[in-house]
Design a protein around this ligand. Structure first.
Ligand SMILES: C[S@@+](CC[C@H](N)C(=O)[O-])C[C@H]1O[C@@H](n2cnc3c(N)ncnc32)[C@H](O)[C@@H]1O
Length: 225
């Protein structure tokens, strides 16, 4: 993957080093092996650091489970009582918008969240914190979680319409001090175009984490910059 997904959209957002955004924290990474579809180990470390920066998080939401590598790490790096809700699109499910070309590769898999479903015994207490939900992110009923999420990680469909829709959803999901993190800015044109537009239209506090394709929202001035 990779050839067909990007290249045309210019990156408008400012790049900031991870430690200007989040304070350094001790993190734990499990399942380090990166498969096609996973985020990089550096991106995983940044997200785990973001989680460790949260104060008493109750709810973390991920859009786009895939094999659950990030999901499991969200569980490992959050307090025992934090609930992790991860949504994935089942194969052959009708979608509200068209997916980006070649995305079926990530959708068509025998199981979502393999890394926490089929995990070693010592990982089971973390896996228990995870609730797997299924559906199309644009059609899913998120209302139970409105205003409750400490962190939302957006990594579902990379099609422009989905990034716009998932971003609007995330803005409803997060608490006033919550963090939103997007993956694949500069990598998939749909993500780059959508976030450039949000920026131009007034969401001025989004920045790229340098050396990654992660974008994060400086909600309520949480950044150190
Ligand atoms: C790139 S993978 C996610 C990678 C994962 N977050 C990680 O960090 O390893 C994208 C995932 O989003 C799911 N997906 C695609 N379109 C979706 C939609 N409309 N609603 C919910 N999930 C979707 C795919 O099934 C796939 O599992």
């Amino acid at each position: 993957m990779g050839r067909e997904k990007s290249g045309r959209e210019i990156q408008h957002l400012k790049k900031i080093r991870w430690n200007k955004v989040f304070s350094a924290r001790q993190i734990k990474i499990v399942e380090p092996e990166q498969r096609n579809g996973n985020i990089t180990i550096f991106e995983l470390a940044v997200i785990c650091t973001a989680v460790r920066n949260l104060t008493d998080p109750k709810l973390i939401i991920e859009i786009g489970t895939f094999d659950g590598r990030t999901t499991l790490n969200l569980a490992v790096n959050s307090p025992p009582k934090t609930k992790i809700v991860t949504l994935d699109l089942p194969p052959n499910e009708e979608t509200k918008f068209e997916l980006a070309p070649f995305e079926e590769y990530f959708v068509n898999k025998p199981v979502s969240g393999e890394r926490f479903v089929d995990c070693p015994t010592e990982m089971k207490p973390y896996a228990k914190k995870i609730s797997q939900v299924y559906g199309d992110s644009a059609a899913f009923d998120w209302s139970d979680y409105f205003g409750k999420a400490d962190l939302v990680f957006i990594d579902g469909s990379h099609a422009y319409d989905y990034v716009v829709c998932d971003t609007k959803t995330a803005l409803k999901l997060i608490k006033p001090t919550g963090i939103i993190i997007w993956h694949d800015y500069g990598e998939w044109d749909g993500v780059t175009k959508a976030l450039n537009q949000f920026f131009t239209n007034g969401m001025r506090d989004i920045v790229i984490i340098k050396s990654s394709t992660l974008v994060t929202l400086n909600n309520n001035n949480i950044f150190k910059i």
